[in-house]
Design a protein around this ligand. Structure first.
Ligand code: NAD
Ligand code: DAU
Length: 338
């Protein structure tokens, strides 16, 4: 049988491009990336990949013609759509929710219709934020049966997209799985996000910015572990099921900012508190036991501090990659005093 082809939406963004690199390194699959190349996507993220196996199509997942044309190239017995494309940043969704509705809701709907029409396997990438947040002392973590309770326009549109997938499975028999992952870190993450923002601030001599008191907890996972989990679900997951992806990496923002400062040779108190994010979720925590026990997945990046060190090194060595976006990103934050 010929190698599988994966249509990877958002494959020029942070986690999507990591998945494309992962796939080319660990399988013989071919990849078609469909990406609109918004401010968050870049051709550079796919540099160095084998041209005979990776094709980039610039286009919008909400454009039914483009999506239909690409879906028609896939084989329903062998190939799959892996859907990463999204507007992904909470702070942006608080300033202007409209692109979040277009891409996360209408875009997902458009892809699901193509999957239905062409009878294609579909994997939907989602977030733990659909479940809302947990108290700091709550002994429970998120599980696949935790009720949906999103807080921000971003997480509400991701929750809506998950529910569309579930409806297309039940009503139309689309062969879909869903994964909800916790906060990713690693190379090629846009510098609007917490960890790369602070690293690049420090490179530029700007003090890191902590929202509020910084007690909010995120459950950090390396992007490579997210990719291996998605490949595992694609190969072995049960149709219609939801899998939570996480690597037991809970840390509060204060701990992370102090760790970055220390690893970059600075005093651990050398940061500023700035106004908190509206509706800021307190804590996320993932119970990934279904993925571990039923599908046999295990994360490889257990040492967060080492992963953070490597990430700092990547941003130091790849200033060309982020420099062009730095001034505009900080100007955007300056408007909210953050
Ligand atoms: P990102 O913002 O870095 O990349 C998003 C990519 O999607 C970009 O390449 C962008 O150009 C593309 N895109 C946006 N709108 C599009 C459209 N209409 N049509 C085609 N392409 C479009 O995002 P990310 O952090 O890599 O997140 C990827 C996915 O993973 C998202 O679905 C997000 O919800 C999910 N996720 C992210 C995290 C995280 O920590 N970043 C955690 C869990 C889940
Ligand atoms: O949980 C998964 C989610 O993780 C994904 O669905 C989102 O796409 C992804 O952006 C991420 O959302 P967060 O809002 O948790 O990530 P962000 O990097 O924006 O912020 C992480 C934490 O750091 C959060 O508590 C807010 C705080 N923060 C963020 C920035 C940018 C700061 O304290 N200072 C900052 O400058």
């Amino acid at each position: 049988m010929a190698e599988r082809t994966l249509l990877v939406t958002g494959g020029a963004g942070f986690i999507g491009s990591n998945f494309v690199h992962y796939i080319t390194n660990h399988t013989d699959d071919r990849v078609i990336v469909l990406d609109k190349l918004t401010y968050a996507g870049s051709r550079d993220n796919l540099t160095g990949l084998p041209e005979d196996r990776v094709e980039l199509v610039e286009g919008d997942i909400a454009d039914a013609d483009t999506v239909g044309r690409l879906a028609a190239r896939l084989d329903s017995e062998r190939d799959a759509i892996v859907h990463y494309a999204a507007e992904s940043h909470n702070d942006n969704s608080l300033q202007d929710p409209s692109p979040f509705l277009d891409t996360n809701i209408l875009g997902t709907y458009t892809l699901l219709e193509a999957a239905r029409q062409h009878d294609l396997r579909f994997h939907h990438i989602s977030t733990d934020e659909v479940y809302g947040d947990l108290e700091l002392d709550d002994p429970e973590k998120f599980t696949p049966t935790t009720p949906y309770n999103p807080s921000s326009p971003y997480s509400a549109t991701k929750a809506g997209s998950d529910l569309l997938v579930r409806a297309w499975v039940r009503s139309f028999g689309v062969r879909a799985t869903i994964s909800n992952c916790s906060n990713n870190y690693g190379p090629r993450q846009h510098i609007e996000k917490f960890i790369p923002r602070q690293i690049t601030n420090l490179i530029d001599g700007i003090r890191p910015r902590l929202y509020g008191a910084g007690l909010n907890v995120r459950d950090w996972i390396h992007a490579d572990d997210h990719s291996s989990a998605v490949l595992t679900i694609l190969d072995k997951g049960d149709i219609g099921e939801t899998y939570l992806i996480g690597a037991d990496g809970e840390k509060n923002n204060l701990e992370v900012i102090r760790m970055i400062l220390r690893l970059m040779g600075r005093d651990e108190d050398d940061f500023d508190h700035v106004p908190d994010r509206a509706g800021h979720d307190l804590r996320y925590a993932i119970d990934a036991s279904r993925l571990r026990d039923e599908l046999g997945w295990t994360p490889q990046f257990a040492d967060f501090e080492q992963g953070l060190k490597d990430t700092i090194t990547w941003y130091r060595e790849n200033e060309d990659w982020w420099r062009g976006a730095k001034a505009a990103t900080e100007a955007k934050y300056a408007r909210t005093g953050q």
